[in-house]
Design a protein around this ligand. Structure first.
Ligand SMILES: *Cc1c(COP(=O)(O)O)cnc(C)c1O
Ligand code: SF4
Length: 355
C-alpha cells in the first residue's frame, strides 16, 4: 500500500513541479481556474481507500470543496494525517460525526444582522460579509453554513454594500469596519477599491480591517497592484490565518512582506485544530515562524461547536496547557491571546483566569 501511495504522490508532485516553474503558477487567476473542486479529480488519491473517497464525496455534497493547486502542493501525500490535507479535503466526519452542542451558527451571527451581510455584535466594530467565496474552503470554517448560500452575497453586491454603508453612517458608535466573508480578496481589485472607498468616506470610521486567508491559501493574490490600492486606505489592518508551520512558505512570506511594505501590518488568527496544531511542538514552531516573517500572532481561537467541524475540536484544557507551556519559554511577541467566541457578547479570554 505505502509504495503505491508513494508512487502516486511522486507523480502528483511531478505534475505540480512542472507547473510551479511556469508563469501561470504565479497568476492567482490561473490558480483559481485550476482549483480542485471535486473529490473525484483527485484520481491519484483513489488507492488510499475507496471508503475515504466515498466519505469525501459524501462530505462534499453537503459542504463544497475548492483547493488551489498552490495549497495542495504543500501537502505531504505520504502522510494520511497530513495537516494540509486535513484542512482542505472533505472528510466523511463532516457529515457523520457531530456533538450534541454543535450548530450551524453557534455564534448567533444571523441574530446580529441588522441588515443582510452586516454583523453588528460589538458596539464599536461592524463586520461586513463581503462575499461567500474563498480561495480554499477550510474544512474547519465556522461560517460553513454560508458557503452554499450563493445568492446571499452575489446579487446586487454594490447595492448591498451601499445599504451597509448607510447603516454604518447612521451608527456613530462604530469606529471600525471589518471586511470578512468568505474572503474579501476574492473580489476584484476594482471592487475592493470601491468598497474601501465607500467606508473610508464615513467620518466616524477610524480604522478598517481585512480578514483574509489568501496569504496562506493563494499568496499570489497579494499583487503589487492590490497593495498599491490597499495602501491608500491606511490605517488598514490585515488579519490572516496560519494554522501550521508548513504554511509558512517562501510565497506566503513574500505575500506578507508586500503587504507590510505597503504599510499594512499583518496578524494571524490561528485556529486550534485537533490533528493540525494541537500540540506544544507544532504550535511553538508555528508561532516562532510567524514572528520570523513578522506576522504577529493575534488570536488563537478555540475551535467552535460548528456543525461539520466537530472532529477538529479540542477540549479547553489542550489550548490552556499549550499556551501555559509557551508562555515564558519564548518571546512575548510570539504569544497570541487564546480566545473563545461566545454566542452572546464578547470574545472570551481563555486560561490564566486567576493567579
Ligand atoms: C471577532 C469579531 C470581531 C472583531 O473582534 P476583535 O476582538 O476586535 O478582533 C467583530 N465582529 C464580530 C462579529 C466578531 O466575531
Ligand atoms: S478562508 Fe476563512 S472564511 Fe473561507 S473557508 Fe477558510 S476559514 Fe472560512
Amino acid at each position: 500500500m505505502t509504495t503505491v501511495i508513494a508512487q502516486l504522490s511522486a507523480c502528483l508532485s511531478d505534475r505540480l513541479i512542472h507547473f510551479q516553474t511556469t508563469e501561470d503558477w504565479r497568476d492567482w487567476k490561473w490558480q483559481l481556474k485550476n482549483s480542485i473542486t471535486d473529490a473525484s479529480e483527485l484520481d491519484f488519491y483513489d488507492p488510499v481507500g475507496e471508503d475515504e473517497i466515498q466519505g469525501m464525496k459524501l462530505a462534499e455534497r453537503r459542504y463544497k470543496m475548492s483547493v488551489t493547486p498552490y495549497y495542495l502542493s504543500l501537502a505531504d501525500w505520504n502522510n494520511p494525517l497530513d495537516p494540509i490535507r486535513l484542512q482542505c479535503l472533505p472528510d466523511s466526519r463532516e457529515v457523520l460525526y457531530s456533538c450534541e452542542d454543535s450548530s450551524e451558527d453557534p455564534l448567533n451571527e444571523e441574530m446580529h444582522m441588522p441588515i443582510e451581510g452586516l454583523v453588528h455584535k460589538f458596539r464599536d466594530r461592524a463586520l461586513v460579509l463581503t462575499t461567500n467565496r474563498c480561495a480554499v474552503y477550510c474544512r474547519h470554517c465556522n461560517r460553513k453554513r454560508y458557503w452554499s448560500q450563493s445568492n446571499r452575497t452575489q446579487t446586487n453586491a454594490i447595492k448591498r454594500l451601499e445599504a451597509i454603508a448607510d447603516y454604518i453612517s447612521r451608527h456613530h458608535e462604530i469606529r471600525e469596519v471589518i471586511f470578512s466573508g468568505g474572503d474579501p480578496l476574492m473580489l476584484s481589485d476594482n471592487m475592493i477599491e470601491m468598497m474601501l472607498g465607500l467606508f473610508k468616506k464615513i467620518s466616524h470610521i477610524e480604522v478598517m480591517r481585512i480578514g483574509s486567508r489568501v496569504p496562506v491559501t493563494l499568496p499570489m493574490r497579494i499583487t503589487d497592484r492590490l497593495c498599491r490600492i490597499l495602501s491608500r486606505f491606511r490605517p488598514l489592518w490585515f488579519n490572516t490565518q496560519f494554522n501550521h508551520p508548513a504554511e509558512i512558505t517562501q510565497e506566503a512570506q513574500e505575500a506578507c512582506e508586500r503587504l507590510q511594505c505597503a504599510g499594512i501590518p499583518v496578524s494571524s488568527q490561528t485556529v486550534l485544530l485537533k490533528g493540525v496544531n494541537d500540540n506544544l511542538e507544532t504550535m511553538k514552531i508555528l508561532l516562532q515562524g510567524l514572528q520570523r516573517i513578522m506576522v504577529r500572532p493575534y488570536y488563537l481561537f478555540q475551535c467552535e461547536p460548528v456543525k461539520g467541524v466537530d472532529h477538529f475540536r479540542t477540549d479547553i484544557k489542550t489550548g490552556i496547557d499549550i499556551m501555559d507551556n509557551i508562555w515564558g519559554e519564548t518571546a512575548g511577541l510570539c504569544i497570541p491571546h487564546l480566545v473563545s467566541d461566545m454566542p452572546e457578547g464578547k470574545k472570551r479570554l481563555v486560561g490564566r483566569a486567576c493567579c
